[in-house]
Design a protein around this ligand. Structure first.
Ligand SMILES: [Mn+2]
Length: 594
């Protein structure tokens, strides 16, 4: 029998200091000392941070008038309403772009405009305002185009539209390296001249603010705009913007709408993904909802996903959901096949400190394959699709290697590239593949040596087994489902009872604290069946939840990792670990790509 070793590197961040005022404020809100400790490990805690989490979320939304080009956007749309112009809304083909598109379409239709949604094809048209969209608008007599989550660098296409008498309003959250394009309005909080109080909005978040702006002075418009926050929340979570500040407020409002049943297309999609409304959280959205919305952008027609978000007719909805489920299965099948082929191409273990592999795989899945390879092999992975020229490469890091820096250092090799420390992408001329491989290996050799190839699991609270009870669950409840990850606990000194493997590669176990028994479930951890024995005393990294069964409520631990007893005590003795690891995660994606 193999010996028990934690799969992840466990880390307990040093808490930020708390002032007496903040402690009093927290006490006044009925927050416990343990909850406050969790918060202080996640970031600085001041009055504003407490308000953003626990006050009514509407109070944390900023005035949309502060958006750059707010006046120009309003005036152009009002002119379109007055003249009865027809409009086209283009959204990027990922979940952020598609939810942003749906928000703009709904807001403009609310103003009485005739609006056609348009999503460019990933492989033929790519990101940005496409020439195809401009031609479509011209052919159908549409004289105004709005973009969602894209368009900030589409100088050429905006000029081409202008020649045809079509105005463009860009709404976007991407950087503008060439300055804002010459459009009717460029609503992007990243503009150099932007004075908007929070730049961290997603593309759908910007669209949501534009909807608030456009509907501000219409009957019941403000309430209607707030009702679009479910879409903005999905876009924000899918785009992995920090759920702080205004993003947190949008997410809290949106999750509330989803939990209350919400828009028919989203309710149907949640049901089809097996997520009940009360289980809606940032986690279920990122593991169940976003991959399904993204799937159509990868292997089908992303416009179907946008239409689902806009649809009210139950029959049409079930048709679109079925199409989305088929695309999701196809995406998973393509991903699994590509992963198997990539592993075969690499051999049992090619020994290189960074994985570089190319094959005839769909461009839409190479990023997912790179992520899986990085996880499985514990080192950075770059995967190329050779289906299109130039080859499309997607890279995911592991072990703290800075991919963005490595790509920037080799910028001359690429036709296009972009990215950050943890993930990057590029277009590469196949003739330069060997050169790229050599260059990446050289970068890795020159990179500072990383201490631990395992991914980091961040613990919010370390506690003894005896303190795990309903009181603790109730104290931590305020962090559940408001745009926060539920706390991950390090629990010391549980005794292993029954261990058995469950369907789907999971492990079920019972854990004893004294005479009491806790149920445990370890998603995606079939490996634990082979290493845990009845009577073992262990430390676990787990989330505390409750489960209702036959009218009884019982505590359950969602176990992420298991270590031999004494692991947490040894960590404490070794002192605080550095917490600047760019790959730091609050919980592993054990159920990702579902
Ligand atoms: Mn985006």
């Amino acid at each position: 029998m193999a010996t028990l070793e934690p799969l992840y590197h466990w880390s307990v961040p040093t808490p930020y200091p708390l002032s007496d005022e903040v402690i009093a404020d927290a006490r006044g809100r009925g927050l416990s000392a343990r909850l406050l400790r969790v918060l202080s490990r996640r970031g600085p805690v001041d009055a504003a941070a407490l308000a953003a989490r626990f006050d009514a979320p509407e109070t944390a939304l900023h005035d949309p008038q502060l958006l750059p080009d707010a006046d120009r956007a309003v005036r152009r749309v009002q002119a379109a309403v007055a003249a009865g112009e027809r409009v086209l809304v283009l959204g990027d083909f990922d979940a952020d772009g598609l939810t942003g598109l749906a928000i703009l379409v709904l807001a403009l239709r609310r103003l009485g405009l005739d609006v056609e949604p348009y999503v460019p094809a990933r492989t033929e048209e790519g990101h940005g305002l496409s020439q195809g969209a401009v031609e479509r608008a011209a052919a159908t007599g549409r004289t105004l185009i709005l973009t969602a989550d894209t368009g900030s660098t589409s100088h050429t296409e905006i000029a081409a539209a202008s020649v045809l008498g079509i105005s463009v309003i860009v709404t976007d959250h991407h950087q503008l390296p060439g300055g804002p394009p010459d459009a009717a309005a460029v609503v992007n909080p990243h503009r150099a001249d932007s004075t908007y109080p929070d730049r961290r909005l997603s593309g759908a978040g910007v669209a949501f603010k534009v909807a608030q702006l456009l509907l501000a002075d219409t009957p019941d418009g403000p309430a209607y705009a707030l009702g679009l926050a479910d879409l903005a929340a999905i876009g924000s979570i899918a785009d992995v913007v920090p759920l702080e500040g205004e993003n947190r407020a949008i997410t809290r409002i949106g999750l509330g709408l989803l939990a209350a049943g919400g828009r028919p297309g989203l309710a149907a999609l949640l049901a089809s993904a097996g997520v009940s409304p009360e289980r809606v959280s940032p986690e279920t959205i990122s593991f169940a909802l976003a991959p399904r919305i993204n799937a159509l952008g990868r292997v089908g027609h992303a416009l179907d996903a946008a239409l689902l978000l806009l649809e009210d007719d139950p029959e049409r909805i079930s048709e679109l959901v079925a199409r989305m489920e088929a695309a999701n299965l196809e995406r998973r099948g393509l991903m699994t096949a590509a992963l198997t082929e990539a592993r075969e191409a690499l051999g049992a273990d090619d020994g290189a400190p960074i994985t570089v592999v190319a094959g005839p795989w769909a461009p839409g899945v190479v990023g997912l394959v790179a992520g899986r390879l990085a996880d499985q092999l514990g080192r950075p992975a770059v995967v190329f699709s050779t289906n299109v020229e130039p080859w499309r490469g997607s890279a995911r890091s592991a072990g703290g290697f800075d991919l963005g820096a490595a790509f920037t250092a080799n910028a001359s090799l690429f036709e296009r590239y972009g990215g950050h420390a943890a993930a990057a992408g590029c277009h590469l001329d196949p003739a330069r593949y060997a050169e790229f491989r050599t260059a990446m290996l050289a970068c890795f050799r020159d990179a500072p040596v990383t201490r631990d190839q395992r991914r980091t699991l961040v613990l919010d609270l370390v506690t003894s087994a005896g303190s795990v009870d309903h009181v603790l669950l109730a104290e931590l409840m305020p962090l559940d489902g408001v745009g926060d990850e539920p706390p991950l606990l390090g629990i010391a000194g549980l005794s292993v009872g029954r261990v058995r493997s469950a369907n789907g590669g999971h492990t079920q176990l019972t854990l004893r604290k004294g005479v009491e028994v806790l149920d445990g479930i370890c998603f995606g951890r079939s490996d634990l069946t082979g290493v845990l024995r009845e009577g073992d005393v262990v430390d676990v990294a787990a989330r505390l939840t409750s489960r209702r069964f036959g009218g009884m409520e019982s505590l359950q631990l969602e176990v992420r990792d298991v270590a031999p007893a004494g692991h947490l005590a040894a960590m404490r003795a070794a002192g605080p670990a550095p917490t600047t690891d760019p790959l730091m995660i609050h919980a592993p994606a054990a159920r990702s790509a579902s």
